[in-house]
Design a protein around this ligand. Sequence first.
Ligand SMILES: Nc1ncnc2c1ncn2[C@@H]1O[C@H](COP(=O)(O)OP(=O)(O)O)[C@@H](O)[C@H]1O
Ligand SMILES: [Mg+2]
Length: 259
Amino acid sequence: MAIANQKGGVGKTTTAINLGTALSAVGEKVLLIDSDPQGNASTGLGAPRRLRVKTLYDVLMENFPIQAATMRTALPGLDLLPAEADLSGVELELGQTARRAFRLRDALEPLRAGGAYSYVLIDCPPSLNLLTLNAMTAADAVLVPLQCEFFALEGLTQLLRTVDLVRGALNPALQIQGVVLTMYDRRNSLSAQVARDVRENLGETVYQTMIPRNVRVSEAPSFGKPVLIYDLKCAGSEAYMKLAREVVGRERAQRAARA
Ligand SMILES: Nc1ncnc2c1ncn2[C@@H]1O[C@H](COP(=O)(O)OP(=O)(O)O)[C@@H](O)[C@H]1O
Ligand SMILES: [Mg+2]
């Protein structure tokens, strides 16, 4: 599942970390792939740079086997394929190589066959670049975090068009898992207004669960911890647990529809 939105700061990385944690808490085996050269998902999961031995760069550019590049996190059900700044070179280095959009899909093939993970989450960079294309080409579905702010829907058209393009040219099976409203502030009437607008426009695509704006969520990464570990009882943790159950429910329904 690619977690994508070309806007920065909308909650992609926060959702990747905490949805990944919540999924592992309900018994799923999860791999989080950090596909942002900023490496925030890696840091937020307690993998400082000195501990990142192999990264997504080695997998994409050096054909390093993905199983050997993943690392454990503090959570038994959650593994990480970390990222470093060198990942930003991929776009230029791949140039016009054949299958340049299929690098991640090809690298993930042994995992699909092996069945070690029930969910693979890919934290995308804030851009519709080659890394995001690789994520969408490798994924079965896209999950879109949308921040509850005035310009929430702006840019979404472009994102959905990209999903259509990928479906047409690279990955016919690609689905939209859902859109999750993030940083919802119930004391702010604009938040409610935006949530209403988004639901009117996108209907069922939008998850029931909204992620509230919650300081515990924003504090957790500086301790290298998911919020579910940092403060299990806070509103942010509860929301991500709820979202995980919704995601699993949708995944089962979508799989049944495919079969
Ligand atoms: N629910 C939330 N409540 C409070 N702060 C949040 C929440 N979700 C994200 N943030 C903060 O917003 C900023 C951007 O989030 P991030 O997940 O890094 O976005 P992206 O990956 O889309 O750039 C971070 O500082 C993060 O801690
Ligand atoms: Mg991010």
